[in-house]
Design a protein around this ligand. Sequence first.
Ligand SMILES: [Ca+2]
Length: 452
Amino acid sequence: MKHKVNRREFIKYAAGGAAAVVIPNCSCSVVGRAKATVERPNIIVIMADDLGYGDIGCYGSKKIQTPNIDALARGGMKFTDYHSNCPVCSPTRAALLTGRYQQRCGIEGVIYAKGPTRQTGMALEEITFAEVLKKCGYATGIFGKWHLGYNVEFNPAKQGFDEFIGYVSGNVDYHSHIDGAGFEDWWKNCKKVPEEGYCTDLITKHGIDFIERHKDEPFCLYLPHEAPHSPYQGREDPPGRLSSGGKGRKAKGDEISRAYKEMVEVMDEGIGRIVETVRRLGLERRTFIFFCSDNGATKNGSNGTLSGFKGSLWEGGHRVPAVAYWPGMIKAGTITDETVLGMDLFATMASIAGAKPPAGLNLDGADLLPVLAESRKLPKRTLFWRYRKEKAVRKGPWKLLVQGDKVRLFNLEEDLGEKENLANKRPDMVKQLEDELAAWEREVSAGVELRA
Ligand SMILES: [Ca+2]
């Protein structure tokens, strides 16, 4: 997609207004790390796990204090209509990493710690944003949750990340780092390297270390947090899964809501430390920071006024908080109502980096840079979700929700809580969206050959 952001001005901005060398658009096949210069903007993507639309201050939470994320929203752009590609973890991450509907790479459900899916993962043939940015001279790091394959053959180190420290399962004990099947799950690239510490603090620590080590070259830092996914554990709580194979103590009742609040607040504190590091190193005006969640909250969290929870295609399952921050490029205090999906990040990051995805790779996601830099509208598009027996279609204010045989139509501009089913009043719109859904399903099921 073309956009009118002037790259010359953009790079001057990014360099803090000083005279800067203007870098021509990078062609991934010919420009290597050696030609990279610090003028190219850094990228930091921070993703919470199961954080709901009503779980942080700038989205209306009175209970949970998130001053650092709120400050990013005040100094940047808040999205009211941002969605994860799926209401559960693995598919959202597949779409984020590949810039395409997760149906194309076959990651349509959770890759569980137990059972046959444990042996599966995202195919190495899939092109990730890390691979594209790495080829354009970016240092690439992921610290936190992977959840796109447990076996070493699917490790992030094989999908474009120079550095990985974290876990590959859906969740680990925050203290013992043992996964849901009882295995130790803390890695440094392709090796298990145990490390002591509270998961959220370790993710922050390694993120800061990565920024400090790569401050003189363009970097892409992906920080997929565990918080506030279960198990519900604060810094001082005892581990729930023990290395001896025994069971520790699990939070119950009121302890869950107390721990949940602390988990989000510790993550927010860590985000504050990441931003402070960027600022201290003088990188603030040339660093794009994006924060989002990977799906809606469970019943232990809050999706605000939205219906539904994690795992469903009601809005509460996938409409989640998202904030973008980039002083000099994104106007402070902007709120956008553009409908955006996690898969849009790939095209956006490539655009920011001046990187061209390989020929033949057809991204489904849109470049958000015109929205971010100029508050422009995206071209009209129809968006799709599919998870288990549920399907959803979004076109402007209209949302079609298909749950088995039950078909509902909502106008989200007038009815964000999805209370009034308009299917009988607007059969024309139902038909139109059903037809588009059928065409999309045919297209993504034939999508494998589009891999680069
Ligand atoms: Ca999740």
